[in-house]
Design a protein around this ligand. Structure first.
Ligand SMILES: Nc1ncnc2c1ncn2[C@@H]1O[C@H](COP(=O)(O)OP(=O)(O)OP(=O)(O)O)[C@@H](O)[C@H]1O
Ligand SMILES: [Mg+2]
Length: 325
């Protein structure tokens, strides 16, 4: 401890310098998620219906890097669609911060929000009928967002060409002149991906896009997302219950009770014989306050309840049940 006495002791100046240094270090430290394309910081969304409050998001943190293709999983009611609607610019959080491609989702006015929905994000819904206009052909559906963005004047041929290219990339060229009712559910979803990509968005969001499809068709639709990610570099976030989809991406984030709780990372490893294998590892999320959520199976197995004992070891932290409890 240092006490300040009218300028005689050297220690008071050292302390001030030290405080100043610390303050500068704090100021210069990059902000949370400064280099992420999507950054959700302690996001809260409370719904109030008839005086009853539902906390759909309870301080959710999520970072997504540019160019990532990742999946969000979680039980029904855990808050996945609530998060997606916020990221899509359709809903506004109650508190916290959310930024997508430099746009502050809490601060946008009506005009900025419209531009955001048209140009920055693309969206694919679970219900095939919700994604396409029934009286337009596939090619016309894809050209529509471009017309809405630029107005109907000019560049018609260019827009038609881009629509053709997108449909070709997703293997839908032959169906360009068909209307939605003349296509299967999986084909409609692939056209819906082309529609969502029409204005070259930074982020493509999809809420259960394979939910209404059988597994083989779901696989094809997922392949279309992968194609968009690889060929156009679009960042993609897919909410899914489909285990096959969840296990085909590099990162799967699990949401529990309105918060991100754990994530699975997958990478390819090559052993001494040159054999490639996919290695998956599950991690618990650690928030900035140092909180982490222990899996219920673990805490129940060791009857951990109100508190645990921690011990810092050289390369890990031990967590023990409270034997004084
Ligand atoms: N508009 C709303 N008004 C009131 N409560 C809502 C509203 N939207 C969602 N909720 C509630 O918020 C919680 C999270 O819902 P959400 O739709 O985000 O879950 P989900 O993870 O998408 O579930 P599912 O897997 O069933 O689609 C639920 O308890 C839900 O009832
Ligand atoms: Mg949902």
């Amino acid at each position: 401890m240092t006490t300040t006495t009218s300028g005689t002791s050297g220690t008071s100046t050292t302390t001030l310098e030290e405080l100043e240094r610390r303050a500068t270090a704090r100021r210069d430290r990059p902000s949370y998620g400064h280099d992420a394309l999507i950054a959700c910081d302690r996001l809260v969304r409370i719904f109030t219906t008839d005086g009853v409050e539902v906390q759909a998001l309870q301080g959710l943190d999520l970072l997504v890097t540019e160019g990532e293709l990742m999946a969000l999983v979680g039980a029904s009611g855990s808050g996945k669609s609530t998060l997606m609607n916020i990221l899509a610019g359709l809903d506004v959080p109650t508190a916290g911060a959310a930024k997508v491609a430099g746009c502050d989702l809490l601060a946008m006015d009506g005009k900025a929000r419209l531009r955001y929905r048209r140009e920055v994000v693309g969206f694919v819904w679970q219900q095939t009928a919700r994604n396409l206009l029934p009286y337009l052909t596939a090619a016309q559906n894809v050209a529509l967002p471009m017309q809405l963005k630029d107005g109907r004047k000019g560049g018609t041929r260019q827009k038609a060409r881009r629509a053709e290219e997108l449909l070709a990339m997703l293997g839908m060229s032959e169906h360009a002149d068909r209307r939605p009712h003349q296509m299967s559910g999986g084909q409609q979803q692939r056209v819906a991906i082309a529609v969502a990509l029409a204005n070259n968005p930074s982020v493509l969001l999809a809420d259960e896009p394979t939910g209404e499809l059988d597994s083989a068709t779901g696989e094809q639709v997922f392949a279309a997302f992968r194609r968009a990610n690889e060929e156009l570099g679009t960042t993609i976030v897919i909410v899914t219950h489909d285990q096959a989809v969840a296990s085909e991406v590099r990162r799967t984030v699990a949401i529990r009770d309105g918060r991100t709780s754990s994530e699975v990372l997958r990478r390819t490893e090559v052993d001494e014989t040159g054999q490639e294998s996919l290695v998956a590892r599950e991690y618990a999320m650690l928030d900035r306050a140092g909180r982490l959520q222990l899996p219920a199976e673990y805490t129940e197995a060791l009857e951990m309840r109100h508190r645990v004992a921690l011990e810092l070891e050289q390369d890990h932290i031990g967590v023990w049940p409270d034997d004084k409890g």
